[in-house]
Ligand binder design. Structure first.
Ligand code: HAM
Length: 428
C-alpha cells in the first residue's frame, strides 16, 4: 500500500530542526516583550469575507491563493492567509483600544496560501508579526521596523537590507494610479498576460510583477514617491529621519508595492541576500483605512509580518549556532540486577531539575556507554549493588564514586565543568 506523505507545500518540523524554531520563538518573545507588544492568538480560520474585504478582492492572495471551503451549514470559511485582518477584527470585536492611545499586539503561528511551492515558499508557512493600532504617528512605523530589525539582529542574521517606500493615501494615490495606468497602456505590448489585466483593475500591482518581460516597463514607470501629497511626504520624511537617528540602515525603494491592498503611506520589507528570488524575510506597513473598511471607527494602524521558514533557512545557510537546547543530558543505568529497581526513583528525582533518561536492563559497560552517547548524554550515572553510585563524564571519560546524599551537588558541578569546556571549545 502506498504510504501517506506530507501534503505538497507543507512540512513536518521534526526533532533536530524544531530546536531552531524554539530558539527563534524565544528571541521573538524576548524582543517583543522589551518593546511592549502583548501576544494575541486568533483562530486559524475566519469568515472568507474578512479577508476579501481587507486584503483586497483583486489581489493574488484573494483571487488565487486562499484555502476557502463551506462549513456544514454552508458558511464560507477561509484558512487565514495572513494575520493582520484577524487581529484587526479581534481588536474591533473586543473594543481593545478602549482607554488606550495605542494597542500593541504580536502574534506567531501558521498561515495558509495556495502558492506554487519552491525554496522559501510553502502552502502552510509560519509568520510572527506585530500590529500597533490606534495612532497615526510615524513613531510607530519606525518602531515596527525597529522591532523586526532587532529580532533579526538578535538572531545573528546580518547583513540585512531594509527597503522603505510609501504608497501614499486615498488623497494622492488616485491621481498617481491614473498616471500609471496611462503609462502602462502605452507600453502594454511589453506586459505579461496577467499584467495586462492588472493594469486596468489595479495598476499598482503591476509594479510587483516578477515576470521578466515586465521588467523594462516597471523600471522606467513613474514613481509614487514623486507624486505624494504634502502630508504623505512629511510622514515619510519623519520615518526616514527617525530611522537615521536610531542607526537603522535603510534604502529608499522607489517602486516598492506590496501584495495586499490595505496599505497607506509607509510600506517596507527587510531582505537578506541569501534567499535569492524569495529574498523578503518579511514586510509590512501602515493601514490607516483598514479598520474602518471592516466596519469600525476610523482607526490607524501599522505592522509587519516575518516568514519564519525563510529566517530559519538563512540561519542554516549562514551556519549560525542556534541550538540553545545544548543541556548535557544525564543517563542512568544499572550495572547489577539488584540495582535495577532503583533506577526509576533516581531518574524521577533528577528529572525535577535536569533532563534525564534511564534504562532498567543491565548491560555491559561498553554497551551502556554506547547507548548513552547515542542518546546525547553528557553525564552517565552507573548504579551498583547496595546503592553504590558512579558518575561518569562523557567528554573526558573521568569517573568518580558519589554518595546519593550529595548527588545533586556533584551533578551541578559536573554540568558547570562541561558547559565551561564547551564554551572554551566554541571560542577557540
Ligand atoms: P506578506 O508580505 O504577505 O505580508 O507576508 C510577510 C512575509 O511572510 C513574507 O515576506 C514572507 O517572508 C512570508 N511569506 C509569505 N508567503 C509565504 C509563503 N507562501 N511561504 C513562506 N513564507 C511566506 C503580510 O502577511 C502582512 N500581514 C504583513 C503586515 C502586518 N502588514 C501589516 N501588518
Amino acid at each position: 500500500m502506498e504510504r501517506f506523505r506530507e501534503v505538497r507545500g507543507t512540512k513536518d518540523l521534526r526533532p533536530g530542526e524544531i530546536e531552531r524554531w524554539h530558539y527563534l520563538e524565544k528571541i521573538v518573545r524576548t524582543v517583543m516583550d522589551r518593546y511592549g507588544y502583548l501576544e494575541i492568538r486568533t483562530p486559524m480560520f475566519e469568515s472568507t469575507e474578512l479577508f476579501s474585504r481587507s486584503i483586497g478582492s483583486d489581489t493574488d492572495i484573494v483571487q488565487k491563493e486562499m484555502y476557502t471551503f463551506p462549513d456544514r451549514k454552508g458558511r464560507s470559511l477561509t484558512l487565514r492567509p495572513e494575520g493582520t485582518a484577524s487581529v484587526a477584527r479581534s481588536y474591533l470585536q473586543h473594543n481593545m483600544g478602549r482607554g488606550k492611545a495605542v494597542t500593541k499586539l504580536y502574534y506567531m503561528g501558521p498561515m495558509f496560501r495556495y502558492e506554487r511551492p519552491q525554496k522559501g515558499r510553502f502552502r502552510q508557512f509560519h509568520q510572527f508579526g506585530t500590529e500597533a493600532i490606534g495612532s497615526p504617528a510615524a513613531w510607530y512605523d519606525t518602531e515596527t521596523i525597529s522591532v523586526f530589525y532587532e529580532i533579526l539582529d538578535a538572531a545573528g542574521l546580518g547583513p540585512l537590507t531594509v527597503r522603505l517606500g510609501s504608497v501614499g493615501d486615498p488623497g494622492c494615490r488616485p491621481a498617481y494610479t491614473s498616471l500609471l495606468k496611462e503609462y502602462l497602456r502605452a507600453r502594454s505590448d511589453e506586459l505579461c498576460g496577467n499584467c495586462k489585466e492588472r493594469m486596468e483593475k489595479n495598476p499598482l500591482r503591476v509594479l510587483d510583477c516578477k515576470n521578466r518581460s515586465c521588467g523594462g516597463a516597471i523600471e522606467s514607470a513613474p514613481s509614487l514617491l514623486d507624486h505624494l501629497c504634502e502630508p504623505c511626504t512629511a510622514h515619510l520624511g519623519e520615518v526616514r529621519s527617525t530611522l537615521e537617528k536610531g542607526g537603522i540602515p535603510f534604502e529608499l525603494d522607489r517602486s516598492l508595492v506590496r501584495g495586499l491592498d490595505y496599505y497607506s503611506r509607509t510600506v517596507f520589507e527587510i531582505h537578506h541576500d541569501e534567499l535569492g528570488a524569495q529574498s523578503a524575510l518579511g514586510g509590512g506597513g501602515r493601514y490607516d483605512g483598514l479598520l474602518e473598511d471592516l466596519g469600525g471607527p476610523p482607526t490607524p494602524g501599522v505592522g509587519f509580518s516575518a516568514g519564519m521558514e525563510r529566517i530559519i533557512t538563512v540561519a542554516e545557510s549562514l551556519e549560525i549556532e542556534w541550538d540553545g537546547g545544548d543541556e548535557p543530558m544525564i543517563y542512568v543505568a544499572p550495572v547489577e540486577e539488584t540495582a535495577a529497581g532503583d533506577v526509576f526513583p533516581l531518574v524521577r528525582r533528577l528529572r525535577r531539575r535536569w533532563k534525564t533518561e534511564g534504562v532498567r536492563e543491565v548491560r555491559n559497560l561498553k554497551t551502556v556507554l554506547k547507548r548513552a552517547s547515542r542518546a546525547g548524554a553528557g553525564i552517565v550515572l552507573l548504579l551498583g549493588a547496595g546503592g553504590a553510585l558512579t558518575v561518569k563524564r562523557m567528554d573526558t571519560g573521568d569517573e568518580t564514586g558519589v554518595s546519593v546524599d550529595h548527588l545533586e551537588e556533584e551533578v551541578e558541578d559536573l554540568r558547570k565543568a562541561i558547559a565551561a569546556r564547551r564554551s572554551e571549545e566554541r571560542d577557540s
